[in-house]
Each structure stands twice: as C-alpha cells, then as structure tokens.
Design a protein around this ligand. Structure first.
Ligand SMILES: N[C@@H](CCC[C@H](N)C(=O)O)C(=O)O
Length: 271
C-alpha cells in the first residue's frame, strides 16, 4: 500500500491514503507501522478517508465533521483511537494539498471532535481552529520522581497541563504518569510547562497512547490555555523539543499555528 510520512514540529505520523474507506486498520497494524525499528516509525497514524466512507458513526457532538470532504482518522502509536490531534490536523492538511485532494488556502478537516478549519498562511505555516477548549478544574499526576499539579482541560481530547517552577528539561517523563482515574477515566495527555519569557512557554508532554513525544498540538493549546488568565486574550509562542508553535486565544476562538511537512512517500508491505 502507498504511504507518506510527515511531521509537525517533529510530532511524526505515518499517513495512509484510503479515500474510499477500503482499509481495515487494526491496532496491531498501527503498532507495527509506528514501530521505529520494525516498521516505518511514528507517534501515530493518519488515515486519509472521505468522511462519507469513514465506516463508523460519529458522536452527536462531532457531526459537524460530516460537512468536511476529508476525515482524519487518527490513531496513537499503541493502536488506540483518539478524538483529536492538533499537529495531526496540520500535517493531514499539508498532505491533502500535496496529494491534490484539496485546493486553496482555507478548507475544513473532519475529526472525531468535529470539523476543524484549516488556513494555509502566506509563510507556509498551517493554522488550525481548535474549537472548544474546556477548562475542567484542578488535578494532579504522579511522575517518575515528583507529583505535579495542574489544570484539567479538554481540547476535544483530555489533558492535564501543569506549570513547573524550573526548566522542563529537568522533569523525568520516562514513565507513564499516574492519574486520578475518576477525573480521567479514559487517561490523559500530561503537559509540563514553564513561562521562560513574557509570552513564551517551554513545554514537554507525555502523550496518552504514544509516550513522550517531541510535540503535541492539543497539548500546546492546553498549556497556553492554562497559562492565560481567565477571560483574557493572549498570543503564546510555545517551544517544544521539536520546534515552536503559536497559540492565539481571542474572540474568534483558539488557533494553533506552526510548520507541517510531508517528508517521504513510498510503498509498504505492512498493510
Ligand atoms: N499529538 C497529538 C495528540 C494525539 C492524541 C493524544 N495522544 C491522545 O490520545 O489524546 C496532537 O498534536 O494534538
């Protein structure tokens, strides 16, 4: 089968074009594709399918996705399904343009969190309108060597965004965070962040279903939302190990901008 490989600030994905929904993508196949030694390697898989050929029902809250021609069927590297992936949408949009599946600099992408508006900026960066970001109170997580406290946030998928006092490079994210299972019955992505200059955050993330990654778009948005005083507008530059994205929070909603590239295409015998 044909595949492509792409990344957004080094959050990397195996892209599988399946316009007519003919592929039966199992958890095992996803794990193998994402395996960095036995497979192609990636933090997740983006199946590129026409929304009408998706082959699964959407939650009522996600039905806006039906107006988008193309649907991002996102899977984590452990094979699990997630509702939303911010960098994934940006890379997915880049692939749609690259493959000639869409034209123009504004279009929508369907996700399990509804339709997301994509804009291709004049400098080539890709911006995605993230929709509703819901602040859900406080919680904490046990990391390898410390307990961190933060804000529970839904960006379509679950997050715990925790401000830490020192450099984020000093935090041990080597083991999966232990979460309050009542607050997070489906697990969560855990971000640690620190404001290093006015308007600039440094962040690292341990992603549900993928482990520590070099960037996470929804996590970047969660950290920026947690760092913004309630009711205020803000623009944050968020530095992650794989690069930098910008988050804008204003009356038009929450937008995530940054680079997204397709770096390879080929044929795989793993699917
Ligand atoms: N890397 C993504 C988030 C992918 C999904 C996440 N691991 C989850 O399970 O919720 C992003 O860029 O947002």
């Amino acid at each position: 089968m044909r595949f492509a490989k792409g990344h957004g600030t080094e959050n990397d994905f195996v892209i599988l074009p399946d316009p007519d929904g003919e592929l039966d993508l199992t958890e095992e196949t996803v794990r193998l594709l994402c395996d960095r030694r036995a497979g192609i390697g990636g933090d997740g898989v983006l199946r590129v399918v026409r929304t009408r050929a998706l082959g699964e029902g959407l939650a009522p809250s996600a039905r806006t996705a039906e107006r988008a021609e193309w649907f991002m069927d996102y899977r984590n590297s452990d094979g699990s399904v997630a509702e939303m992936c911010g960098n994934g949408v940006r890379v997915f949009a880049r692939y749609l343009l690259h493959a000639g599946y869409v034209e123009g600099d504004r279009f929508e992408v369907g996700t399990r969190d509804g339709a997301k508006q994509v804009t291709v900026e004049t400098d080539g960066d890709i911006t995605v309108g993230m929709g509703l970001v819901e602040m859900q109170g406080s919680s904490s997580a046990e990391l390898a060597r410390q307990v961190v406290h933060g804000t529970q946030i839904s960006v379509g998928n679950p997050h715990l965004a925790c401000e830490v006092p020192g450099p984020v490079s000093e935090v041990d994210l080597s083991v999966p965070p232990v979460l309050d299972t009542e607050a997070f019955p489906d697990g969560a992505n855990v971000e640690i962040y620190n404001e290093v200059a006015p308007g600039v955050l440094e962040m690292r993330v341990h992603e549900r279903g993928s482990g520590e990654t070099r960037s996470c778009g929804t996590g970047i948005v969660a950290a920026a939302a947690a760092a913004t005083p309630p009711g205020e507008n803000a623009v944050w530059r968020v530095r992650v190990p794989g690069g930098e994205c910008t988050v804008t929070l204003d009356a038009d909603g929450v937008r995530l901008s940054g680079p997204a590239v397709v770096v390879a295409e080929g044929e795989t015998s793993l699917v």
